[in-house]
Design a protein around this ligand. Structure first.
Ligand SMILES: NC(=O)c1ccc[n+]([C@@H]2O[C@H](COP(=O)([O-])OP(=O)(O)OC[C@H]3O[C@@H](n4cnc5c(N)ncnc54)[C@H](O)[C@@H]3O)[C@@H](O)[C@H]2O)c1
Length: 405
C-alpha cells in the first residue's frame, strides 16, 4: 500500500455495519454479498412484504448452495445471522456504509437520502446503486455531499464480479479510496467510472444492441442470423437479440432511450423503432413468452423445427460480426478518449460486467488500430451519418502506430 494513503475515519474497512435501502432484486443481492463477507447488514424496505420475500428468497438461494456443496450449513446460518430485516430507516443509524437500491426515481432517492443523513454518523459513506441517474444530482440532496458515491452492482449481484464505483464531482478522494477497498474486500472487481450517462458498461455496450437492430432494420439479416454471427465468430455467449429478450425489451429500450436523451441526442445512441414496437406490443422476451424468439413457461427458447435454417454465406456472417464489433470498439475507445475510465477498467468492465469474451480495447489491438479506423471510415463514407464517426483517439493512435496495451 502506498505511503500517501489517506487514513480513513472508518476504523476498519472489514466487517462493517452496512445499511441497505430497498430489499428488491438488487438490494437483497447486495445484502447477501456484504453478509457473506462478514459485514453486519441491516436491510430496510418501506414495504414489509418485500422484506419477507427477500428473507425467504435468500433462504432458498443459500439452501441451494448448501445442496451443491458450495457452502456448509453453519456458513448458511452465519450469512443469515449477519442480516437483520428492518422496517424503519432510523434503524440504519449505526452504519459505516449505506447502499441505496430503491426505485429509479431521482426525487424519491433524494428524499430518502436527506432523511437518512439525519440518522447516520458523519463518517458514514452514503452510496446509490442507480443505473441511470447522475450521482452529482443524488449527492446534492445531502448536507455533506462529499460522502456520497455511486456503487453500481450488476444483476445478480452475488454472481457478477464487476462493480462500477462512481465518484461524483462532490465526492472526497477518501470516500473513493475507502469504497474501492471495501468493495474489493467483498471479492468484487472494481472499475472506477466518471459520473456520465451509463457509466462504463451501459454506455460501451449500446452498439451491441443498436447496431444489431440497425442491421436487421436494413434487411441485411434476420434475428437468428445476426445472433449466430456474433456467437460463432465473436464468441459472445448470447447474441444481441437473445440478450435483449433475456433483459426484457422494455427494460433494454428504456436504458437506450435514457442514455440517448442524457447524451443530448447523440445519434450514436439512437433507439430503434423495432425494439420500441416489440416493447409496445408486449413482446418483452423471456418474461412474456415472446420477444424476438418464443419461450416456454420455464423461459426456455422454443426452437421451431418446421422452419429450415436460412442458408447464410460466411461473407455475410463476417460482415455482420465485424460491423457490430467495430462499433463496440469505437465506443470503448471514445470512452477512454473522454476519460470515462482507464483502459484496464473499460476492458475489465465488459468482461466481468457483461461476460464479453475479450476486452474491447485488447480486441482493437489484436485487429489492428489502422484496420479499425479503415472499417469505421468505410461505414461513415457509406452512410454519412454521425453515428459512424471514428473516435479521434483511434485516428490519432493509428497515425502514431500505438496500441492500447
Ligand atoms: N435490476 C437490475 O438489473 C439493476 C441493476 C443495476 C442497478 N439497478 C438499480 O438498482 C435500484 C433498484 O433496482 P431493483 O431492480 O432492485 O428494484 P426492485 O423494484 O426489485 O426493488 C426496489 C425496492 O425498493 C423498495 N422501495 C421503493 N421505494 C422505497 C422507499 N422510498 N424507501 C424504501 N424502500 C423503497 C421497494 O419496496 C422494492 O422492494 C434502481 O436504482 C436500479 O436502477 C438495477
Amino acid at each position: 500500500m502506498s505511503n500517501n494513503k489517506i487514513t480513513s475515519p472508518i476504523q476498519s474497512l472489514k466487517n462493517l455495519n452496512v445499511g441497505i435501502i430497498g430489499s428488491g432484486t438488487m438490494g437483497s443481492g447486495i445484502a447477501q454479498v456484504a453478509a457473506t463477507s462478514g459485514c453486519s447488514v441491516k436491510l430496510y424496505d418501506a414495504n414489509k412484504e418485500a422484506l419477507r420475500k427477500a428473507e425467504t428468497t435468500l433462504d432458498k438461494i443459500l439452501s441451494r448452495l448448501v445442496q451443491k456443496g458450495r457452502i456448509d450449513a453453519p456458513e448458511k446460518l452465519r450469512i443469515q445471522n449477519n442480516i437483520t430485516y428492518v422496517t424503519q430507516l432510523k434503524a440504519l443509524s449505526t452504519s459505516n456504509l449505506v447502499i441505496e437500491a430503491i426505485i429509479e426515481n431521482l426525487e424519491i432517492k433524494k428524499k430518502v437520502f436527506s432523511e437518512l443523513e439525519t440518522y447516520v454518523p458523519n463518517h458514514c459513506i452514503i452510496a446509490s446503486n442507480t443505473s441511470s441517474l447522475s450521482i452529482a444530482s443524488i449527492a446534492s440532496a445531502l448536507k455533506n455531499p462529499e460522502r456520497c458515491i455511486g456503487i453500481h452492482f450488476f444483476n445478480p449481484a452475488p454472481l457478477m464480479r464487476l462493480v462500477e464505483v462512481i465518484p461524483a464531482i462532490q465526492t472526497k478522494p477518501q470516500v473513493l479510496q475507502d469504497t474501492t477497498e471495501i468493495i474489493t474486500n467483498w471479492n468484487k472487481t472494481v472499475a472506477v467510472a466518471k459520473d456520465t450517462p451509463g457509466f462504463i458498461v451501459n454506455r460501451v455496450a449500446r452498439p451491441f444492441y443498436g447496431e444489431a437492430l440497425r442491421i436487421y432494420e436494413e434487411g441485411l439479416a434476420d434475428f437468428a442470423t445476426i445472433d449466430h454471427s456474433l456467437k460463432s465468430l465473436g464468441g459472445f455467449r448470447m447474441g444481441p437479440f437473445e440478450l435483449m429478450d433475456f433483459i426484457g425489451n422494455d427494460v433494454n429500450y428504456t436504458v437506450t432511450e435514457t442514455v440517448f436523451t442524457a447524451f443530448y441526442f447523440d445519434p450514436r445512441y439512437k433507439p430503434s423503432f423495432t425494439q420500441k414496437r416489440f416493447s409496445e406490443a408486449g413482446y418483452l422476451g423471456r418474461k412474456s413468452g415472446i420477444g424476438y424468439y418464443k419461450y416456454d413457461a420455464n423461459g426456455k427458447k422454443i426452437e421451431d423445427h418446421t422452419i429450415s435454417p436460412p442458408i447464410v454465406s460466411d461473407t455475410l456472417k463476417t460482415q455482420i460480426f465485424n460491423r457490430v464489433l467495430i462499433m463496440l470498439i469505437n465506443e470503448a475507445a471514445d470512452a477512454l478518449f473522454l476519460n470515462i475510465a482507464s483502459a484496464k477498467d473499460i476492458d475489465n468492465a465488459m468482461v466481468k460486467g457483461v461476460n464479453y469474451p475479450k476486452g474491447l480495447l485488447a480486441w482493437a489491438d489484436q485487429k489492428g488500430i489502422t484496420y479499425c479506423v479503415t472499417e469505421l471510415d468505410k461505414l461513415y463514407n457509406e452512410y454519412h451519418e454521425d453515428r459512424y464517426r471514428c473516435s479521434p483517439l483511434l485516428r490519432k493512435m493509428a497515425k502514431e502506430h500505438k496500441t492500447f496495451f
